[in-house]
Design a protein. Structure first.
Length: 310
């Protein structure tokens, strides 16, 4: 069973995960509220017979003793004041049967049974049961222990460019958006993608999120292209599942120095080679204004537009 790292999620992202899990588990629709003081209510549902269900999400790195104290000191008074007919707790803390029993006893009359105390292991299990949740909360998939172990099995990953700590930190602060899904769909269709945009927009980070994902899906060889496309060609092994990452492939000084002789033809030749090989992926990044200039000076590069994500 996957082992997810819920601490890569922000409090709001964890609350959204809790909402989606409880909605699927209970087959109900929960009311959600804007960020701010919740007065003891993260999520709310009114049953057809007028009963009130409150769901509270608690994402903590701390152990059970810290969680229990916070529940007793902060949450219990709120719950007593709100007096819901049912109270469901979702937490990132791992819980033993005794831990759950203690929480049920603490919220006696509000938490109906231990099934309404959803801990880390329950979350792991429920995400496995409802696999579409993994896609909707993609940061979880990228940061799961199973995926990271798969990545680290790739013996030929350039560790100077791909460190476990870097993966965790980048995923933690990365905000999933439409550009990730767009780039992912393009690379699945074309076997390559060009990520372009203004400086500082996060092109390299998006590229890393992509190749982290595909390394976790069975690609065994990550190749960072630092000089020219010839570097990629020299390391191309037909039978291997390889990912090539050509960061800033047009360079910072393209407008003044131009591409080396026939580099545009070699790039396009390599892309065509990649497209025909199901074992290969190519991710390239560049600055938008440089790409536009390159398309003007090198008409062959217009072909890159067919697989561009911004």
């Amino acid at each position: 069973m996957p082992n997810y790292n819920y601490h890569v999620l922000s409090p709001t992202e964890f609350e959204n995960l809790a909402r989606d899990i409880v909605q699927k588990k209970e087959n109900i629709i929960l009311e959600t509220f804007k960020e701010g003081k919740d007065s003891g209510i993260d999520l709310l549902h009114h049953t057809s017979d007028g009963k009130k269900i409150i769901v509270q999400a608690k994402r903590y790195k701390d152990n059970f003793d810290v969680l229990f104290k916070k529940l007793k000191d902060d949450e219990l008074p709120k719950v007593r004041r709100l007096s819901p007919d049912r109270y469901i707790l979702v937490t990132s803390v791992g819980l033993t049967p005794k831990n759950k029993a203690d929480i049920v006893d603490l919220f006696k009359g509000f938490i109906l049974n231990t099934g309404d105390v959803i801990g880390k292991d329950d979350l792991d299990n429920l995400i496995t049961r409802f696999p579409d949740l993994e896609k909707e909360h993609h940061k979880l998939w990228l940061s799961s222990t199973n995926i990271l172990q798969e990545i680290l099995k790739s013996k030929e990953i350039n560790q100077s460019k791909l460190e476990l700590d870097t993966i965790i930190e980048e995923i933690k602060f990365y905000v999933m958006n439409e550009s990730f899904e767009s780039a992912r769909e393009i690379i699945k269709r074309e076997n390559f993608v060009v990520i372009s945009g203004i400086p500082g927009i996060g092109k390299t980070t998006l590229a890393r999120m992509l190749f982290y994902q595909f390394l976790g899906e069975g690609f065994e060889d990550f190749i960072y292209v630092s000089g020219s496309i010839d570097d990629a060609l020299s390391l191309y092994v037909p039978e291997k599942k390889q990912i090539f990452f050509y960061d800033d492939f047009l360079g910072e000084n393209f407008l003044s120095e131009k591409l080396s002789k026939n580099e545009d033809k070699r790039i396009l030749s390599f892309i065509k080679k990649i497209r025909k090989d199901p074992n290969k992926l190519l991710i390239m990044t560049t600055r938008e204004y440089i790409l536009k200039q390159a398309e003007t000076n090198y008409p062959l590069l217009e072909e890159l537009l067919s697989a561009k994500a911004t």
